[in-house]
Design a protein around this ligand. Sequence first.
Ligand code: 8IG
Length: 280
Amino acid sequence: MTHPAPEPLDLDDPRTDPKAVAASAAERIAEVTGAPSHDVALVLGSGWAPAADLLGETLATIPSTDLPGFPPPAVSGHVGTVRSVRIGETERRALVFGSRTHFYEGRGVRAVVHGVRTAAAAGCRVVVLTNGCGGVVPEWRPGTPVLISDHLNLTGASPLEGATFVDLTDLYSSRLRALARQVEPDLAEGVYVQFRGPQYETPAEVRMAGILGGHLVGMSTALEAIAAREAGLEILGISLVTNHGAGIGGVPLDHQEVLEAGRAAAGRVGSMLAGLIQRL
Ligand code: 8IG
């Protein structure tokens, strides 16, 4: 009895090599954009969308559903896009992922890190991972951008399969953090804690994150950073504190506050990001 050959591009099939799916997504990106390779990848988190518009001219926009391995949108009506953006006045190109798959969506870790693997296959050497998150440090007002210096992965999951022993020292490149501080000298820095979600933390969980050495609480980024390191990418992580973590600062979480903080900070973090990517 022979087994049928796996659908070669089905990420959910355990027999599929996720890197092969990423390679075919990268091939399609090259076809559609006419650019044989890209240089920098950018993953946009909550509150970061307006930032991307300041990077440079958008040369192509691809619905991510046109690319192998990217799942249909979780929220109906909202299709994620991948954009090819000219970096300033240079010849270099950024690959901008307008949204991400979160671990709490239950599509598996392969789906969560597929964008990062596609970026590596497309030739990118650097990935900038952005997110919106809660702050554990009371002094960080909503709208504060913070460089990620390290992470705690509390998801219990990993994007690595089999005996893949990857060193995570200096995961969030100190070279790139220094570069970011040339653009924005007063940038704060902190340890990002990835929870599984989708619920926000309890106040006790936010206190726990602080006791463990965390400064930021969120539901993304750490798994992507691990996959990016495995793929050989240099990583910059930047969080936008959009709200105090639960129990911090004495005010309950307010979704309106989260949206408002994102809008208010957009211009500032956007020009910071543009300045940074031009210097990479
Ligand atoms: I925006 O306070 C945003 N995302 N886990 N906690 C977690 N994720 C977040 C939060 C938060 N705010």
